[in-house]
Design a protein around this ligand. Structure first.
Ligand code: NAP
Length: 241
């Protein structure tokens, strides 16, 4: 791979890809949105903050040989901007996105298309564990039951009336998750279909305790953009450039 690679990050995969590229001597810059106050930084060059829309990103692609969109499966705006900016500038673009989760025997999963739909699905429960992250919690603000919100940084209002905030950064073990579910007498878990092993322990713990999980479906991917499911696949795509 010759030339600079720009990795749109904010995920473990983005960090692992940067590690591998740096180890291979590739010129890589990782981009972070700047949402997390104290992020785990990848090796290599790092830039922080928005680009100023798809046009700003297109301008930042000058001198970039390949763009890898390794943002979170739910970072739909950034993914759309990456597709638009790559098309406008003729920059090769790869979407690196881990596969979603699939249910196992014993799972009681209820799919929701949006956070609003997820809020409606849990409205009748007395104790809800919200693991959807700090953003978008307004969708749950009208819940009347007890809500446990877990996020890396403190969430902004509006929040449900009876909210307990648990500040924590994953990955979590199944034992960690079982302890949280029991301590807070959780009746239902709400999660995004993020996929991957880093945040899957809550699903295992919910299965063990026979708790339902409301899973929010991923937003669709932009058409025509190649997708890699793993860092290895992304490296193979980059080596072929
Ligand atoms: P988003 O809604 O898709 O993007 C909103 C805006 O944030 C973008 O238009 C862009 O601003 C800026 N942005 C997003 N990702 C960026 C990046 N990697 N580098 C520079 N600017 C970025 O994104 P989001 O859902 O808020 O996610 C923000 C970050 O958190 C991403 O890096 C994502 O990977 C990570 N993350 C998101 C989730 C989630 O559930 N959404 C979960 C875990 C981690 P401009 O238009 O100004 O360029």
């Amino acid at each position: 791979m010759t030339g600079r690679v720009l990795v749109l990050g904010g995920t473990g995969e983005a960090r692992w890809l940067a590690e591998r590229l740096v180890a291979d001597g590739v010129d890589v810059t990782s981009s972070l949105a700047g949402r997390v106050a104290d992020p785990v930084l990848p090796p290599g060059a790092v830039r922080v903050g928005g680009f100023g829309g798809a046009e700003g990103l297109a301008a930042a692609l000058a001198g970039v040989a390949a763009l890898v969109d390794a943002t979170h499966p739910f970072a739909a705006t950034m993914t759309a901007h990456a597709a638009a900016a790559a098309a406008a500038t003729g920059t090769p673009l790869l979407r690196l996105q881990r596969p979603g989760w699939t249910p196992r025997p014993g799972d009681d999963w209820r799919w929701a298309d949006t956070l609003d739909d997820a809020a409606a699905a849990v409205a009748g429960f007395g104790s809800v564990f919200l693991t959807t992250g700090r953003q978008g919690l307004a969708a749950f603000a009208r819940l009347r039951g007890r809500c446990l919100v877990r996020s890396v940084d403190p969430p902004d209002p509006p929040l449900p009336e009876r909210t307990t905030v648990l500040l924590a950064r994953g990955p979590f073990t199944v034992a960690d998750e079982l302890a949280v579910l029991r301590e807070h007498a959780v009746e239902v878990v709400v999660a995004k279909d993020s996929g991957g092993p880093m945040t899957a322990a809550k699903l295992t713990a919910a299965r063990e305790l026979e708790l339902p999980v409301v899973l929010v479906r991923r937003p669709p991917l932009p058409p025509g953009v190649p997708v890699a499911a793993t860092v290895e696949e992304a490296l193979a795509w980059l080596r072929a450039r």
